[in-house]
Design a binder for this molecule. Sequence first.
Ligand code: HEC
Ligand code: HEC
Length: 278
Amino acid sequence: MKSIQFPAIAMAILFIALCNNAFPQNQGETIFKQVCAACHTIGSGKLVGPDLANVHTRHTKEWIISFVKSSQSVIKSGDKYADSLFKAFNQVPMPDNPTLTNDQIEGIIAYITEKSSSPGTSTTKADLPPGDVHRGQELFVGNIRFANHGAACNSCHNVDMSGLVSGGALGKDLTQVVSRISVTGVQGVVAGLPFPQMKQAYESKPLTDQEIADVTAFLKEANDLSVSAQAGNDIGEKMLFGGISGAVLLLFLFSLFWIKRKQRTVNYTLFKRQISST
Ligand code: HEC
Ligand code: HEC
């Protein structure tokens, strides 16, 4: 019964879709803004993912559809372009969209195509107020609660900074996230919640614009401190290397002496003395 009904329904949907050409594109805009805009702009530069302006000229429709459904499957299938794109974007995996239909994705492509010819209008969050680094840190570790009672970021993320308790490991370490995905990228993630675990944590308890600005300011500070500390750490690394090679050299010398001493056992000398005394 079901197997007869399903194609009939699918045909009906297809028929409606074909009759009404404008429909999928409007829907494309809505889906793009809801699902994709946290990580992609059309003509306003890269965020977490690449700028999608003219993406329809870079790939076939089929490629985009399978990539949007499951980017990791395309990468694992050995697609060289997808693999290098993944590496270029710091191996941030684009989330799968198994529930989007081909029609819906074609609607998104139609919207991207249309927007590509008139780029420049940003689809991301409007300018945020200036952020406060210290408040951002207190919010991040949970010393100050978020206004809407969302979880502290460090229940899932770690940031390496002196004086800071280490955080959870469900999400990535965010010490250098600003270098990885830029300030606007971070704001896009916190405002748009493209990752399922974060969506769950904050969808009904969103951060205020001020809180997003504060937390981002803190992450930028942590990023800058750790980048400059890395530059300074070179000296420490050299000393460590010197120490290790010194230790290896000493061990080598010890073993030389030891081999000489060990070549004849104590028993052997005793034995020899005994023999010569008889
Ligand atoms: C969590 C962030 C995120 C979300 C949400 C997201 N993407 Fe992506 N997207 C990426 C990243 C990162 C890449 C770069 C490739 C990679 O890392 O796998 C990418 C790459 C792409 C590419 C290939 C671009 C190129 O230049 O070749 C297309 C097409 C694309 N995304 C479309 C979409 C569409 C359509 C949506 C919404 C349904 C979407 N993405 C949602 C992060 C995201
Ligand atoms: C319930 C757990 C959870 C909480 C709470 C949470 N995150 Fe996330 N976050 C994740 C997961 C999972 C990802 C997906 C990618 C990953 O593994 O980092 C992620 C990704 C991110 C990314 C993108 C990282 C990258 O390198 O692309 C940023 C930025 C981020 N979170 C910031 C925050 C901030 C700021 C807060 C606090 C307001 C927060 N998160 C709270 C789980 C969480």
